[in-house]
Each structure stands twice: as structure tokens, then as C-alpha cells.
Write a protein that binds this ligand. Structure first.
Ligand code: BEZ
Length: 212
């Protein structure tokens, strides 16, 4: 198994999920995707994470992005646990959860880190672009719940920077000023960024977010 890196093609797979059999590429269509692993069903941190992700699902849908969770637990376990998530988090899980007992998906995406645990996946998140390339990977330990608002923030940055020759500064949020990339000359920037920009250094030019 090759190590996955940013820019690599996201490995395709077909898997059983709580929404029936899903092929990743067909499921994503021409949109973006979030694939995230949780270590184990019926555990507290995972319960909060899957509930919160369900609350955010409309925001991902607005960004043409589909969500998909995975763990190495089997389907009947997932189905029983989803009831607990709805009961305790006040939100039904509204995206498919992959059952991966034979670890096909976990192995393809290198989600089992044996020195952390032989049996459970770590908390991985992959953002997959519309071109099926991996745009972001993060890895958290089992004991720390992720910040899914951050995933949404990064998705906004990725979708913006895919369209415009900009980069987003520290702690940027959708709607805030962005940075013109150094590949754009001042001459070209006049046409591309008609709202103008501030030059703090020749390599640091700040402009209002172009699509707002
Ligand atoms: C949890 O989700 O709470 C959890 C899962 C596996 C190990 C530790 C915590």
C-alpha cells in the first residue's frame, strides 16, 4: 500500500454502508467529498462527532460536497448506534456510514496506525476534490474529537483558491480578505482583482474576497 499524499488520486472503492452499497466515485459524482473515519461504534467522542457532522451536512451540501463516514465495525452495529446518536445529539445521521470490517477502506486510506491501535482506525479526514484528488488530510488521535467547523473552513478556502489566484491567510474565514498569489504580477492583478489591493510587501498583497 502506497502512502497517500496531497494531490494523489483518491482511491476508489465500493462498500456496504448504512445507505446501501456505495461506490465512492459514483457517490461523489462531479462534486467534492469528505471521507472521515471514527475509531469505534458506541464510543462517546465518536457519538458527538457523527452527530455534529450531521448538523453541518447542509453546509457541505451547499458547497456541492458529500459526506461519508467509515469505521471497521459492521453494518448491524452502525445501524444500532445511529439510534443512540440521534437520541443523545438531537440529530439523525444524514449521510452514509461505511461498514468496513475487512478494512478495505481503512487500508486504502491508511487509517489504521498500528502503533496507536491494531484494531481501530485513527480519526482521519480526507477532503476529495471534484477532480478526485486528495486536497486535505488530517489525522487526530482517538482521544481527541475533531473540529468539523475547521473542515468547513478549509473547504471554503480550497474551493475559493481552486477558482481564483489567491491564498487564504491565518485563521481566514469565508468573507474575509485574501492574499493575491505571487504568481500574479501587479499588471495582471489589475484585471483579476478589480476591487484593488493593499501591498504590505511585494509578496504580501491583500484583496477583498473576489467572489463576495
Ligand atoms: C471515543 O470515541 O470516545 C473513543 C473511541 C476510541 C478510543 C477512545 C475514545
Amino acid at each position: 500500500m502506497a502512502t497517500l499524499r496531497l494531490g494523489d488520486e483518491a482511491p476508489d472503492f465500493t462498500a456496504e454502508t448504512t445507505a446501501g452499497k456505495i461506490n465512492l466515485y459514483e457517490y461523489l459524482g462531479d462534486g467534492w467529498g469528505i471521507l472521515f473515519s471514527h475509531p469505534k461504534d458506541f464510543t462517546p467522542v465518536c457519538t458527538t462527532e457523527l452527530g455534529y457532522m450531521a448538523r453541518l451536512n447542509d453546509e457541505f451540501a451547499k458547497r456541492n460536497t458529500k459526506v461519508l463516514a467509515v469505521s471497521v465495525d459492521p453494518l448491524d452495529s452502525h445501524e444500532k448506534w445511529l439510534g443512540d446518536i440521534e437520541e443523545t445529539q438531537g440529530q439523525a445521521v444524514n449521510y452514509p456510514v461505511i461498514a468496513d470490517p475487512d478494512r478495505t477502506v481503512a487500508d486504502l486510506y491508511d487509517m489504521i496506525h498500528p502503533n496507536a491501535s491494531d484494531t481501530m482506525t485513527v480519526r482521519s479526514v480526507f477532503i476529495i476534490g471534484a477532480d478526485k484528488k486528495i486536497k486535505l488530510m488530517i489525522t487526530y488521535p482517538a482521544s481527541t474529537g475533531r473540529n468539523f467547523d475547521e473542515i468547513l473552513r478549509v473547504l471554503d478556502s480550497l474551493q475559493l483558491t481552486a477558482k481564483y489566484q489567491v491564498a487564504t491567510p491565518v485563521n481566514w474565514k469565508d468573507g474575509e480578505d485574501v492574499i493575491i498569489t505571487t504568481a500574479v504580477s501587479d499588471e495582471d492583478a489589475k484585471g483579476k482583482f478589480p476591487k484593488g489591493w493593499k501591498t504590505l510587501k511585494p509578496y504580501l498583497r491583500v484583496t477583498p474576497q473576489p467572489n463576495k
